[in-house]
Design a protein around this ligand. Sequence first.
Ligand code: SF4
Length: 240
Amino acid sequence: MTTLSRHQQQLVNNSIKLIQSAFERHPAHNIAISFSGAEDVILIDLMSQLEQRCEVFSLDTGRLHPQTYRFIETVRNHYDLPIKIVMPDSNDVAELVQQKGLFSFRNDGHEECCAVRKINPLRSKLAQLDAWITGQRIDQSVTRTELAEVHMDGVFDGRNGDLEKFNPLANWRSADVWDYIHARQVPYNPLHEQGFISIGCEPCTRAVAPHEHERAGRWWWESATHKECGLHRQNLIAHG
Ligand code: SF4
């Protein structure tokens, strides 16, 4: 079994403290963890070590891998935790598909489809909250060179306007994530064993070679600096 280094244990302690601070600043029922079905299951594992719980939600774009759907169910059972599935507006999806087909993102870029399937439903969900907790990390993207652990969301509004965003894994590197997963025997998406690192929708995610950046597997037909889906884009340089 993997043992965490002193530095990694410190990362874990800091992350738990950050989640705890979210509970101290906001009522638990107005906070939610955003779980993507990839390695940010660590957020759920960290919360399981606290007395308080908040809602966990996952965006179902309708285009996820079958393995991801099964993994979400595995996590639900492993932690005995209800996971709210947030879906896009069916009329908006139907209109997009009718007008542009099922793979419009290949020609038009991913923004339009991501807006319909991810951003709009996320916006509606976040508008019910005071704060959200994400698994965003600095090392996940070539565009994420700065990322505060806590800051006001620069993209989305909360229940009363401001929405506070907590990124407890901001300073974790990929190796820290995997050492933690093995040390705590945290469930993970089986796609990771097939060369997938950053996992999103099935048509927009592919496995990467060992020497490639993990985001090389997302929207690979677009340039590296356009690989944010909009969920976090404007928050990357915001500081708390
Ligand atoms: S990742 Fe691809 S399929 Fe998923 S919402 Fe974005 S463009 Fe659409």
